[in-house]
Design a protein around this ligand. Structure first.
Ligand SMILES: [Fe+2]
Ligand SMILES: [Fe+2]
Length: 320
């Protein structure tokens, strides 16, 4: 495979080179101009994990797969009783769990974008950007799936029942809800990945995946925030009320993504007791709340944080 020029910002080689339209001065509320700008950014900075990750790099068995303070049992009595290798194993299983669940979550977002597109003008730049984002996400899904195998873990697959429930999620992603769902998944997990991406103490293969992911997700988050603002301009009071009260369901989904009994079982721990201690772990809960802060402010500023939603986010550990 030919060698591509190195990106000066990241030191990596961009995966794709497409025609870059000239950037024009834009107002954020002009969807075509925003899409134009994001298309330009996509053409300049996109990655392909097949060539941008060194999948065969050696993995030191004593090095953590996540920043240690993000490991769910960090600092608990159970953590104190674990050997170093067992702690490393827990971090490996937790990263495999996150990557596996990232695959189905991105699957639902892609479906949401594709369904919305049925009602849109195929010549619009906005649609072209949505298609580009779907392309980013399909590459991420490959990267995550390959990543779970590369760290030496079995992927965490959905049960048939879970898959049946998850397949209905994209049906609910309509109007403002599509963009809010995207933000809930992308922004909260982005915070963790951003910290991990630049942590020299974790396995390089994981840091590489997170660097690629955060670089491309920055565009998606920007687009989703613009999407919320744009949709709010023409949404009904009823739609704003429903989205504002029900978005706390995302707190439930994220909680399910982050804690998985099977992770503890595979690490050789008592799954029920590990789950109990992990959920009660105030150190890690504080990081979750911190990760939610920016999105919470954005949603509050835009009248999308109703009392029921706030109660749910608090119940699932994302608000104090
Ligand atoms: Fe992604
Ligand atoms: Fe994304």
């Amino acid at each position: 495979m030919g060698v591509r020029p190195v990106d000066r910002e990241t030191g990596w080689r961009p995966a794709m080179t497409m025609f870059s339209p000239p950037v024009r001065a834009v107002s954020p509320s002009d969807p075509e101009a925003v899409a134009d700008r994001l298309l330009d950014a996509s053409s300049r900075r996109s990655y392909d994990s097949a060539v941008d990750i060194d999948w065969d790099a050696p993995q030191d068995p004593d090095v953590f797969y996540l920043p240690v303070e993000f490991v769910s049992l960090y600092g608990t009595p159970m953590w104190e009783s674990m050997t170093h290798r067992q702690r490393v194993e827990l971090s490996r299983q937790e990263v495999a769990n996150l990557l596996s669940r990232g695959v189905w979550f991105e699957n639902t977002l892609n479906q949401g974008l594709l369904r919305t597109m049925l009602y849109q003008d195929p010549s619009a730049r906005e649609v072209h950007y949505a298609l580009t984002e779907i392309g980013d996400e399909t590459r991420h899904m490959i990267m995550f799936g390959r990543g779970a195998a590369a760290v030496g873990a079995q992927p965490y697959r959905l049960s048939t029942l879970e898959a049946r429930v998850v397949q209905w999620m994209p049906v609910a992603y309509r109007g403002v809800m599509l963009w809010v769902a995207a933000l809930c998944g992308e922004e909260i997990l982005d915070d963790l990945q951003r910290k991990a991406a630049h942590d020299p103490a974790i396995q390089p293969i994981v840091a590489q995946m997170f660097r690629i992911h955060t670089a491309e997700e920055a565009r998606h988050i920007r687009y989703a925030r613009e999407g919320v603002l744009r949709r709010l301009e023409r949404s009904s009071r009823w739609e704003r009320f429903v989205v504002g009260q029900t978005n706390g369901i995302a707190g439930f989904v994220l909680r399910r993504i982050m804690y998985n009994e099977e992770v503890y079982r595979r690490t050789g721990l008592d799954p029920k007791e590990a789950m109990r201690q992990a959920r009660a772990n105030e150190q890690v809960n504080a990081l979750r709340r911190e990760a939610f802060q920016s999105l919470y402010r954005f949603m509050t500023d835009n009248g999308l944080m109703g009392s029921i939603a706030q109660r749910m986010w608090r119940h699932y550990g994302f608000l104090e």
